[in-house]
Design a protein around this ligand. Structure first.
Ligand SMILES: [Zn+2]
Length: 158
């Protein structure tokens, strides 16, 4: 599974994340209720954790998760250390902050050209009871489609 994840990450970074090229990212696969998360321990520790539950997903949906997680990593780099540390505190304690971050990350995922993969993934999470308590933090399938159409990213795939 780790190898599969790494191959997908390499392709997406090469195609769409110039800022992450040459940066080391550690991948872990552990049991999580939801599908994955990203963390940065400044300056050099970049971590993306996938749930063992993602093993059942095909490469298309897995690409949706990976593109979303890499968008978090790019956003963290652009924040810089002081603002990132403040962000971590807000993210931990504020549901509004979590929602703002996840929705901005979904929008960036679409801007990068991964609307179809994110849409596919979101259809899965919307049918999954284990995601029901966090689903409101993310764009809905309809929002993904209409945002992608509005910026001309629906009929192309990265
Ligand atoms: Zn996220």
């Amino acid at each position: 599974m780790k190898k599969r994840i790494r191959i997908i990450a390499e392709k997406i970074i090469e195609d769409s994340f110039p800022l992450l090229k040459g940066k080391r990212i550690l991948f872990f696969v552990i049991y999580l209720r939801f599908f994955g998360f990203s963390a940065w321990i400044p300056p050099f520790m970049r971590i993306i954790v996938f749930s063992t539950r993602t093993k059942a997903l095909d490469d298309f949906a897995l690409t949706g998760i990976m593109a979303h997680e890499l968008c978090h990593q790019e956003r963290y780099i652009l924040l810089g250390v002081p603002r990132y540390l403040k962000f971590i505190v807000s993210y931990t304690f504020s549901d509004a902050c979590r929602t703002a971050e996840e929705r901005a990350t979904d929008r960036l995922t679409i801007e990068k050209g991964y609307a179809r993969q994110l849409y596919e993934l979101t259809l899965i999470t919307h049918n999954d009871k284990k995601h029901s308590n966090i689903i409101d933090n993310y764009l809905t399938p309809e929002e993904i489609r209409s945002y992608a159409e509005s910026i001309g990213k629906w009929n192309i795939t990265a």
